[in-house]
Design a protein around this ligand. Structure first.
Ligand code: 13P
Length: 250
């Protein structure tokens, strides 16, 4: 049995006040049961400057914290970059790697994504490898080819075993922030292809769906056999909505 994971990617939103308020609201909702009895893992991905603040706010609640990005380098003269070790030092357990906004807007190639994935694991972080096709690629029926190629680039770099001990998030680019969601069947089809690609070692790997997940569509998505939770953007900025999504994964 795979323990589902629901992650909130806050992207570049908020300030000190809103970040601490949101974290405190989630802790209040989440703390009604002992950590050991929870059947879902919740992870928050605030902007890097708010990591330590959010980590402090969720301390003892069982909610984990992750970063939205990391450098592929260990340390050195890389102005503006943040290393995996620094994120661990701030209390992170997870890090997003290869989010489509990083790939598209910041030019991260699959090779760079693979290096970042490797750097994350070297620091002891659990990478959430994000993959997904554009609308055009879907229309051209390239979805599975695109997604499996994105994953293969990482397998080639770190090996199947290391990919399988991470988390993979399928986020169709056309469904991110658009209000348009992949249907549960569309999502399951891609998740099944990913599961097949990972083979025997990947039977217990957590596969998340992301792209306009809301409380109203989460249950159906999370109910698919190869979907083990979600990576939530916009809806994770609202405590009640996000908490309701988390509950749908139970
Ligand atoms: P939305 O939930 O806002 O579509 O964002 C999805 C996403 O990019 C999460 O990483």
């Amino acid at each position: 049995m795979i323990k589902p994971l629901v992650a909130g990617n806050w992207k570049m939103h908020g300030n000190t006040e809103t970040a601490s308020h949101l974290a405190a609201q989630l802790v209040a909702q989440w703390s009604d049961r002992p950590v050991a009895e929870r059947s879902v893992e919740m992870v928050l991905f605030p902007p890097s400057v708010h990591l330590s603040l959010v980590k402090g706010a969720v301390a003892g609640s069982g909610i984990a914290v992750g970063a939205q990005n990391l450098s592929q380098h260990g340390s050195g003269a890389y102005t503006g970059e943040i290393s995996g070790d620094m994120l661990v030092d701030q209390g992170c357990d997870y890090v997003l790697v290869g989010h489509s906004e990083r790939r598209d807007l910041f030019g991260e190639s699959s090779a760079t994504v693979a290096e970042k994935f490797k750097a994350a694991q070297s620091s002891g972080l659990i990478p959430i490898l994000c993959v997904g096709e554009t609308l055009r690629q879907r229309q051209q029926e390239q979805t599975v080819a695109v997604v499996t190629a994105q994953i293969k680039a990482v397998i080639d770099c770190v090996g199947m075993h290391n990919v399988c001990r991470a988390v993979v998030a399928y986020e169709p680019v056309w469904a991110i922030g658009t209000g348009e969601t992949a249907s549960p069947e569309q999502a399951q089809q891609v998740h099944r292809a990913i599961r097949n690609q990972l083979g025997e070692v990947g039977l217990s790997t957590r596969l998340l769906y992301g792209g306009s997940v809301k409380a109203s569509n989460a249950a159906e998505l999370f109910g698919q056999p190869d979907i083990n939770g979600g990576l939530v953007g916009g809806a994770s900025l609202e405590a009640i909505e996000f908490f309701n999504i988390v509950k749908r994964a139970e």
